[in-house]
Write a protein that binds this ligand. Structure first.
Ligand code: FES
Length: 149
């Protein structure tokens, strides 16, 4: 009796094939940069989770508190909802010395490095040493989904 192939088996086989193909390309054609360009093309649609068209989904509207916000450290974006149903996004990189902001509370986006605070409504400086507002970021709200534009 043979077991059906597991996901791990399939992935391992696929990786081995890709390696073999890569080696043969380099071995057969010593043409410089052409092979690198060809191998960097990613299949389309693999990163999409079925969300809104355009950018990567960040979160659901219900996960951003009214009067507050949510920080996405990996994307370096903070999404706020100053008023119910009105969403904004800003860079999460503090304009003082570049720390990623730490939290959102009491209507401000807060950097813990040197205590700068930015208003959730427009990213303007509410306190601390930051010299400039947080720059706005483009987002798209589609239904209950918020994506980077
Ligand atoms: Fe944010 Fe200094 S880096 S307050």
């Amino acid at each position: 009796m043979t077991n059906p192939p597991t996901r791990r088996t399939v992935l391992a086989t696929g990786a081995a094939s890709a390696l073999l193909m890569g080696c043969s390309e380099y071995g057969d054609e010593n043409s410089g940069g052409d092979t690198e360009e060809a191998s960097s093309v990613a299949p389309s649609g693999t990163a999409s989770g079925g969300g809104a068209p355009g950018g990567k989904e960040l979160t659901k509207t219900a996960d951003v508190p009214v009067g507050g916000g949510k920080i996405f450290k990996e994307e370096k974006v903070v999404v706020t909802q100053p008023e119910k149903g009105g969403f904004k996004a800003f860079s999460a990189v503090c304009t003082h010395q570049g720390c990623v902001v730490a939290d959102v509370s009491d209507g401000t986006i807060n950097c813990k490095c040197h205590s700068s605070r930015f208003r959730v409504a427009d990213g303007s400086v509410a306190g601390g040493p930051a010299p400039k507002p947080l720059p706005a970021k483009q987002i798209t709200v589609t239904g209950d989904s918020i994506s980077l534009a």
